[in-house]
Design a protein around this ligand. Structure first.
Ligand code: NAD
Ligand code: SF4
Length: 428
């Protein structure tokens, strides 16, 4: 399957982030087209394209836009979730850094479609260069008449605010993000009601991922058939896969949904010289891990789902035979325990105890009964916590015990890690 650079096609241009460069690549042509359409026509186009949310869950974007009630007097809001922080996930930040106008144009089209005149980009505060670049792009767009009052003489008004969050992983969960935007401590809200019905300030709100919104202008420019000519019937289009870890050429690879890791590895030069793939994540550490048995699984929502994991954020983290799986899982679990917001008991208490047991095992202590405890606690978290963070914490533990139970056993039987930590470059 060939690579299909659409979003990433001019990331290497000098000054790729300026309005001039964006104009040279048909920038804001899709907006001109959209403003001549009725908002519902724009929604129907995105629905018919089959674009699915690129933040992880794969919910159909146009369907989400269509949930916004049109017969109420409340304002509608668009919030772009740019709080990318799933371990291994690194696609939205390069996209915003290289081509911020692709996101800004998508925001204006999406906000027009859902009849919103206030939009927000909620960005991780730590990524200051991205914040500056987005703010500069918003200013350029204002000066060019793409934002503000009476956009391009259409009568449509839109204000776009770039908001810098304070760096909590939970603020990437859409309802926690809305609480944070409202000035409160970010903790997930009960759903339903979904944000489309009661979101920001209890008003109808669409929350979309950066890559989803940036995919909207190319779809409007090139049409539904063009988009559907890539990918699979149920998961159409192109997307950004982020390859990291023990791979020869890590980075972003833009390809149709349904490509396999075996094919992507050919583009990325394979595993680092002299080493073999041991395990990998299809969509960040929250998705159950795969092994070399899964190299030919189609990387779309259906293929990965049928093979027992989730496509998630398409963050493919690759680990070779020098990596201790227990140590990798401990690192991830420490992350989830640290980022747990504390609202619900299974996740707050469970992640703490998972870390205690994993630390014991990793340092060569523990026994067989610890493995049962890990599974028991993970089972009490999975599907029983308030938000997806809990599920994400349980997933790597359960899948690593499914594929690498012997390696856990080797730790307590040998009284230490069977791997030389100096060889384990990723985990050192
Ligand atoms: P979800 O499936 O519950 O919801 C997905 C989206 O669809 C949400 O916007 C939700 O509001 C909407 N939705 C679902 N059902 C709806 C309905 N009946 N009516 C109206 N709207 C509806 O998933 P989620 O909990 O929002 O997100 C979980 C995903 O987040 C995971 O798949 C994970 O991969 C991903 N994730 C991403 C990152 C990152 O850094 N990008 C970090 C952590 C997790
Ligand atoms: Fe908070 Fe974890 Fe419960 Fe989510 S699952 S609400 S992060 S404690």
């Amino acid at each position: 399957m060939p690579l299909t650079p659409v979003l990433s096609r001019y990331w290497d241009d000098p000054q790729s982030w300026t309005l001039d460069t964006y104009h040279r690549h048909d920038g804001y042509e899709a907006l001109r087209k959209a403003l001549k359409m009725q908002p519902d026509e724009v929604i129907d186009t995105i629905k018919d394209s089959g674009l699915r949310g690129r933040g992880g869950a794969g919910f159909p974007t146009g369907v989400k836009w269509g949930f916004i009630p049109q017969d109420d007097a409340k304002p509608h809001y668009l919030v772009v979730n740019a709080d990318e922080s799933e371990p291994g996930t690194c696609k939205d930040i390069p996209l915003m850094l290289a081509t911020p106008h692709a996101l800004v144009e998508g925001v204006i089209i999406a906000a027009y479609a859902i009849r919103s005149s206030h939009a927000f980009i909620y960005l991780r505060g730590e990524v200051v260069p991205v914040l500056r670049r987005l703010q500069a792009a918003v200013s350029e767009a204002h000066a060019a008449g793409y934002l503000g009052r009476n956009i391009l003489g259409s009568g449509y008004d839109l204000d776009l605010v770039v908001h810098a969050g304070a760096g909590a992983y939970i603020c990437g969960e859409e309802t926690a993000q809305l609480d944070s935007l409202e000035g409160r401590r970010g903790q997930p809200r009960l759903r339903p009601p979904f944000p489309a019905v009661a979101g920001l300030y209890a008003c109808p709100t669409v929350v979309n991922n950066v890559e989803s919104i940036a995919s909207v202008p190319p779809i409007l420019r090139n049409g539904i058939e063009w988009f559907r000519s890539m990918g699979t019937e149920k998961s159409p289009g192109f997307t950004l896969y982020s390859l990291s870890g023990h791979v020869t050429r890590p980075g972003q690879y833009e390809a149709p949904l349904g490509i396999t890791l075996r094919e992507l590895l050919e583009y990325a030069g394979g595993m680092r010289a002299g080493h073999q793939l041991k395990f990998w994540t299809p969509g960040g550490s929250s998705t159950p891990m795969f092994t070399d048995e899964h190299l030919d699984v189609p990387l779309d929502y259906e293929g990965v789902g049928a093979a027992g994991s989730m496509l998630g954020t398409k963050a493919l983290q690759l680990f070779d035979e020098t990596t201790c799986v227990v140590r990798a899982v401990l690192r991830w679990t420490e992350f989830y325990a640290h980022e747990s917001c504390g609202k619900c008991t299974p996740c707050r208490e469970g992640t703490y105890w998972l870390v205690q047991i994993l630390q014991r095992l990793e340092s060569g202590g523990g026994s067989e009964s610890d493995l049962e405890k890990l599974l028991d606690i993970s089972d009490s978290i999975l599907g029983k916590s308030f938000c997806a963070l809990g599920d994400g914490a349980a997933s790597p533990i359960m899948s690593s015990l499914k594929y690498f139970r012997d390696e856990y056993v080797a730790h307590f039987e040998q009284g230490g890690c069977p791997f030389d930590p100096h060889q384990s470059t990723l985990m050192a």
